[in-house]
Design a protein around this ligand. Structure first.
Ligand code: NZQ
Ligand code: ZN
Length: 381
């Protein structure tokens, strides 16, 4: 096991009815005025919006609102939020929704404390030194944005889907009530499952060291997600399955699984971000297209770990069988596995590869993932 620093300052408030206490949690931090950020309206349809407002008012928290964050969140909306925050002396940002809403809240928290263009942080032109506090009430479990310092945003002008990372935007408190997730569509449940699996297996396959403990956590998360997804597709109201899914999703990208490993990277995410940026493909749907293709291309580079995955997840001695079974499972739960299914034509591959290679250079992966290599991977999809 390698040396590492593990620091995760997010407090998780997990369980039924905890959303009714969000005002109290914010007040405990001495904050009096917030920006409430949410999406296209699911929180109004489910009645959650009302509960949040009641809790804020009960605790004398003043608020401004920013609605209309879309899945694959846009920089233009983030900039709208930054202006609102600056004009209204906002002290913290509360995101109520899924990863897109929470990532937007985080980017607003950073941009509100900065005089320049918030995109500077995404292209490494500036370092994050301060940010407003972030709070969340999650309505969809997938990204683990509720317990990490990442935010992923699309620049509407340049069509780049890039990210920032800083412990300063780890949420102070995240409320996870699995009941709030019962209304997530089957489609997004499937995409969420793929996303969580991807967060775990990317480092599992690409790292150069593989402590058994870390591998076992990953295998546990993958098995838990596969089992609970199947239960939830049948019965969306199964609380225990929803709760296990949510907790597993959080562990998938909160720093736990890579701690002590070395050399891990996120090439599937890197390539997927181009599908999202250029074709507005949902994140998990893009991943289910990229992952099987990438696995077929990459498997020789870490045969032992692919064999281990085959044995532990699919009880097979053959890594090729495991890749096939994973692809079949994605299809079974309703996630696409070909570019065709997400309406990307073969002649779109070149531009995707150019876009992904630019991100590869930002992430320091440009040597392994040249444009030509990314074309080769995508042709398998
Ligand atoms: O906008 P509303 O009306 O809320 O609808 C949303 C949205 O259409 C809906 N939804 C959410 N909760 C619901 C619900 N519908 C009914 N009932 C509920 N309880 O679901 C749709 C998708 O929401 P979104 O937030 O986009 O999904 P997700 O949580 O998967 O977030 C995806 C975004 O996060 C980024 C992705 O790239 C993508 O942009 N990621 C963020 C990461 C991070 N911060 O660490 C890491 C990930 O790898 C990922 O890249
Ligand atoms: Zn992801």
């Amino acid at each position: 096991m390698n040396n590492f620093t593990y620091y995760n300052p997010t407090k998780i408030e997990f369980g039924k009815e905890k959303e009714n206490k969000i005002g109290e949690y914010i007040k405990q931090s001495g904050i009096k005025k917030i920006l409430l950020v949410y999406g296209a309206g699911s929180i109004k349809r489910t009645g959650l919006y009302k509960k949040i407002i009641i809790s804020l008012e009960k605790n004398d928290i003043e608020f401004e609102e920013l609605s209309g964050v879309v899945s694959n969140p846009l920089l233009s909306k983030v900039n709208e939020g930054i202006q609102l925050a600056k004009d209204n002396d906002i002290e913290a940002v509360l995101g109520v929704g899924g990863g897109s809403v929470v990532d937007s809240a985080k980017a607003i928290a950073v941009g509100s404390m900065y005089d320049g263009d918030v995109w500077d942080f995404f292209i490494n032109k500036a370092q994050i030194k301060e940010a407003l506090s972030v709070f969340t009430v999650m309505t969809l479990s997938a990204t683990a944005s509720e317990m990490n310092g990442n935010a992923v945003i699309i620049n509407d002008d340049t069509k780049q889907k890039y990210s920032i990372a800083s412990v300063l935007i780890n949420p102070k408190v995240s409320v996870i009530n699995p009941e709030l997730m019962a209304t997530v569509s089957k489609e997004y449940l499937a995409y969420s499952a793929v996303d969580v699996i991807s967060h775990c297996i990317e480092v599992y396959f690409t790292a150069s060291t593989h402590p058994h403990f870390n591998s076992r956590i990953v295998e546990s998360i993958v098995k838990t997600v596969m089992e609970t997804t199947e239960i939830l597709l049948e019965n969306p109201n199964d609380y225990d399955a929803r709760a296990e899914f949510a907790w597993a999703a959080i562990q998938g990208l909160n720093g736990l699984t890579p701690a002590g490993t070395e050399g891990g990277s996120f090439p599937n995410h890197m390539i997927e971000h181009s599908l999202s940026a250029l074709y507005n493909v949902a994140h998990g749907a893009g991943l289910s297209v990229v992952i099987p293709a990438w696995m077929k291309w990459y498997k020789e580079q870490n045969v032992a770990q692919f064999k281990r995955f085959a044995k532990e997840i699919f009880n097979s001695e053959d890594e090729n069988v495991a890749i096939e079974k994973l692809e079949q499972w994605f299809a079974k739960i309703g996630a696409p596995t070909t570019l065709k299914e997400v309406n990307i034509p073969r002649n779109g591959i070149e531009d995707l590869a150019i876009n992904a290679n630019e991100l590869a250079n930002v992430w320091g992966l440009g040597e392994l993932y040249s444009k030509e290599t990314i074309v080769k991977i995508l042709e398998k999809a």
